[in-house]
Design a protein around this ligand. Structure first.
Ligand code: NAD
Length: 354
């Protein structure tokens, strides 16, 4: 059981140290090896996803990532930008399923901009298709064309999905729902887009393979509205790349605590890349104040989805809940009356709770 550890840039190394301590404390016999990804890799090798890292990532069962990016590399040429490293590793590993839970622990209900009674106890999982849709469709471009008797610039993209691409992401959603409340809501825009009519048809067909899971369908505009109106009606939401991009950000913001949210990107064999939903937070990097909980909870997701060790995943999640119940808070989730702690002290508390 090999794990490739990529601390990355900004707060990445600080939060990764805590996640690795938690993983080691569980003593599950993992082999861990560190490598460079992102800006730090550009500085050391000229490439954001160097060959040595590729070799390690391909050979590993799972990849644990901190975050990449920062102002230092913002004016680099595109192929030397940290984000290129992230896109490169996702593509090379064939990570087509992005799982983003939006969980609001009852203790953090005030962190949301929505009323506590609307969001307290929120626990939804957004499953987003990550390698298809209009983001990757050809043809695409901006061209000058003769339209209505005059030369105009014309921008175009193509939305497409194959039946097999839709079926495999739906299966990920149904399997995930089996580990939760057994409800899947498939989101599309079938009233306007043929491509998503196919999505709905294949979702319905795939649902027949999972009679123990309740399947509903929702149009994306209504889904965006329902997420704000009554988010607790959802368990697992599954959708395409573009709708998922937007809905998963909306859902994570319902919780108001980006420092708490993990994510997973999986391939067809449950090999995965696990990372916090937030970025490299250059504004607080090196200060020892970053919240390590999203990265620690990403370790829990890794144990659940890649290593099928539900018990160990639950142990980590319970330890995090215990620490929140004790009133410990990093700056991003702090409120008066709580005990403010830094990155290391938060890691210590999770270890003690474990
Ligand atoms: P960000 O998530 O890094 O930061 C947004 C705000 O949230 C900042 O105020 C930051 O201090 C705070 N924050 C984020 N994580 C936190 C944590 N764990 N604890 C406490 N506070 C936290 O987003 P941004 O500022 O838009 O982007 C900064 C850099 O990160 C950019 O270079 C961007 O490209 C990159 N980025 C990387 C990833 C990734 O690696 N997957 C994702 C998003 C952004």
């Amino acid at each position: 059981m090999k794990i490739c550890v990529l601390p990355g840039d900004g707060i990445g190394p600080e939060i990764m140290v805590e996640a690795v301590r938690v993983l080691k404390a569980l003593d599950l016999g993992f082999e861990m090896e560190e490598a460079l990804l992102g800006g730090c890799a550009v500085d050391a090798t000229g490439s954001p996803y160097p060959e040595a890292t590729q070799k390690l990532a391909l050979a590993a069962d799972a990849v644990l990532l901190g975050a990449v990016g920062g102002p230092k590399w913002d004016s680099n040429p595109r192929e030397q930008r940290p984000e290129r490293g992230l896109l490169g590793i996702r593509k090379q590993l064939g990570l087509f399923a992005n799982l983003r839970p939006a969980i609001l622990y009852p203790e953090l209900a005030n962190a949301s901009t929505l009323k506590p009674e609307v969001v307290a106890g929120l626990d939804i999982l957004i499953v987003r298709e990550l390698t298809g849709d209009i983001y990757f469709g050809q043809p695409r471009g901006i061209e000058v064309r003769d339209i209505d008797g005059q030369k105009q610039r014309f921008g175009f993209n193509t939305m497409h999905y194959t039946e097999s691409e839709i079926r495999r992401i739906l299966r990920v959603a149904f399997e995930a729902a089996r580990k939760r409340s057994r409800k899947v809501c498939s989101v599309d825009k079938m009233n306007v887009l043929e491509c998503t009519q196919l999505w709905r048809d294949v979702a319905t067909e795939t649902g027949l393979e999972y009679p123990d899971v309740e399947l509903t369908h929702m149009l994306v505009d209504n889904a965006a509205m329902q997420l704000v109106k009554n988010p607790k009606q959802f368990d697992v939401m599954v959708t395409g790349n573009m709708f998922g991009d937007i809905l998963s950000d909306e859902a994570s913001m319902l919780t108001g605590s980006i420092g708490m949210l993990p994510s997973a990107s999986l391939d067809a064999n449950n090999k995965g890349l696990y990372e916090p939903s937030h970025g490299s937070a250059p504004d607080i990097a090196g200060k020892g104040v970053a919240n390590p909980l999203a990265t620690i909870l990403s370790v829990a997701m890794m144990l659940r989805y890649t290593f099928a060790n539900e018990a160990a995943a639950v142990r980590i999640e319970s330890a995090v809940k215990k620490v929140l119940a004790q009133g410990l808070r990093t700056g991003d989730i702090f409120e008066p009356g709580m005990k403010k702690v830094g990155t290391r002290a938060m890691g210590d508390a999770v270890l003690a709770a474990l």
